[in-house]
Ligand binder design. Structure first.
Ligand code: TNX
Length: 510
């Protein structure tokens, strides 16, 4: 039998017949395996999956580290008598369970019991492991706020297709989201904007909706998200943007900025001219912020943004010019580099590595910095050749906020611009051809980006995300030799129907 698993496994050897889940089917194995089988298989079937030591009619999970030499690897052996999931580590066992969910009848995704379904899982053997260690999705929760209940739902969706990084874009000009105890005004003031621009922000005259928008995450909520993600083998990478995209922070604490007139949290989109100043007190402020952030987020890597920094304010500011001279620096660019290294050193003192968007390469961030390349992939090649670990997010393949169809009939919802059809997303190759073997080893993986200027709610988010996130999941997991767009298109509609059962409506496939 042909299977429709996404991302496509490394090896699949089908066999005749199937394993059938019944009210007597037992489960054995490590605690997390038992919990996950019950979590994903009990609700729809109504079966209890008791722990038992029977050798037949059983789902058995085991961890055998000697057997695999790659993180996340697993093997599934499905016979009419039993299902054996053998993995090299906990993550691998989790992925085996995700594959089993996809092999089961799609009714398994119901959130209420359904009777009379033959719960058949096709027999065969799967050997599987991921191509890349970093398989991420970025969600921008500043431009539009998504509450914690939704974030958990989003993490469930990521886990189903074996994504393992949630890059949480927490801060931007239009809203500051994480509670920072030392600086309460960040959320009291920075988390709320008065209104939001209507239509495309480039249209003039601009019209606004007149409705306040905002929200924030308490520290307890962020810890809950981290724990919820960890149960699903997803690492949460927080992003604290500096020194650009900082209007919300400056609105809350005007002393962080360069202008005399106070700012308000931005109500429109685009690259803003307001950036942080370069005072020692501002550096300390962000070091304090990061002290609280590292307490909440155990990720070895912390994102500090660093993109789209407009230098006009620094050029015009006598204070910044004096600071340049005081530090003996020759240019505004060098000053940004200085800021970056101060923040990077601070993160190192916490045992964390700095991650920044590819512009940070222009500021000599030190080779321990990780670079996330969003512009052309040549920036990734450059970064890897200079000794940086790299995460590939080229906008022309991975920006899921871009149009996914040509808008001939004016039927697509408004987006920022751009064009990433499904086929293009599927063609995403994280290792650019120009990269030599040594540099290729520095590509940790890649991710899909969901910027939310034009994505106000989960419904629109799902429309933009699927089916393209399925394509990105496969680009990051499956060996390139096994990838085949026609075959992906054969499997994807099944997943779109599964997602619909979960209340997630992607863009209908043509
Ligand atoms: C560029 S990608 C940005 C974001 C926007 C995005 C919209 C990057 C590092 N910066 O601020 O939201 O384009 O596609």
């Amino acid at each position: 039998m042909d299977i429709r698993v996404i991302p496509k496994p490394v090896e699949w050897a089908p066999a005749a017949s199937s394993f059938v889940l019944t009210a007597e089917t037992a489960v054995q194995g490590p605690e997390a395996f038992v919990t996950n089988i019950r979590r994903y298989f009990s609700t729809a079937t109504g079966f209890p999956f008791p722990a038992a030591s029977s050798r037949t009619n059983v789902l058995q999970g085991r961890i055998e580290p000697e057997r695999f030499d790659r993180p996340g690897a697993y093997e599934l052996v499905i016979t009419p008598e039993s299902v054996h999931a053998i993995a090299g580590d906990e993550a691998g066992l989790f992925y085996a369970v995700q594959t089993l969910r996809q092999l089961a009848p799609p009714e398994i995704f119901r959130s209420a019991a359904v009777y009379g379904v033959p719960w058949e899982i096709p027999c065969g053997r799967i050997l599987d492991y991921p191509r890349f260690a970093w398989r991420g999705v970025m969600l921008d929760c500043s431009r539009h706020f998504f509450d914690v209940a939704y974030i958990k739902r989003f993490l469930d969706l990521l886990a189903l297709h074996k994504f393992n990084v949630f890059h949480w874009h927490l801060i931007d000009d239009q809203g500051w989201r994480p509670e920072i105890r030392k600086y309460p005004r960040l959320i009291e003031i920075g988390a709320w904007r008065a209104q939001t621009v209507l239509g495309h922000s480039s249209h003039t005259p601009r019209c606004y909706d007149g409705k306040p928008h905002g929200g924030f995450y308490t520290q307890a909520q962020m810890r809950e998200v981290v724990a919820y993600a960890a149960e699903r083998h997803i690492t949460v990478i927080p992003e604290i943007e500096l020194p650009g995209h900082a209007t919300a922070a400056i609105a809350a604490y005007p002393e962080l900025g360069n202008t005399v007139e106070p700012l308000t949290v931005s109500t429109t989109w685009g690259v803003h001219s307001h950036i942080l100043n370069a005072e020692e007190s501002t550096i300390r402020f962000f070091q304090d912020v990061l002290d609280e952030i590292v307490e909440i987020f155990p990720s070895p890597i912390i994102h500090i943004g660093g993109d789209e920094v407009c230098m006009d304010e620094w050029k015009a500011s006598p204070r910044v010019q004096a600071r340049l001279r005081e530090l003996g620096l020759g240019s505004e660019r060098a000053l940004q580099g200085y800021l970056l290294r101060r923040i990077g050193d601070h993160l190192s003192a916490h045992g964390r590595r700095l991650l920044g968007w590819d512009e940070v390469l222009e500021h000599d961030p030190g080779t321990e910095a990780v670079v996330m390349t969003w512009r052309a992939s040549e920036h990734g090649v450059q970064a890897a050749n200079r000794g940086h670990d790299v995460i590939m997010c080229p906008k022309d393949y991975t920006y899921l906020d871009y149009y996914q169809a040509v808008d001939q009939l004016r039927s697509e919802p408004l987006t920022i611009h751009g064009f990433v059809p499904l086929e293009k997303a599927y063609a995403f190759e994280p290792i650019p051809q120009e990269l030599a073997a040594e540099g290729a080893g520095r590509v940790l993986g890649g991710q899909a980006q969901l910027w939310t200027e034009y994505i106000p709610d989960p419904e629109r988010l799902h429309y933009m995300m699927y089916p393209r996130a399925l394509a990105i999941a496969e680009a990051l997991w499956t060996q390139s030799s096994r990838r085949d767009y026609a075959d992906f298109r054969r499997r994807a509609p099944h997943h779109m129907r599964i997602l619909q059962r979960l209340g997630v409506h992607g863009r209908p496939m043509d």
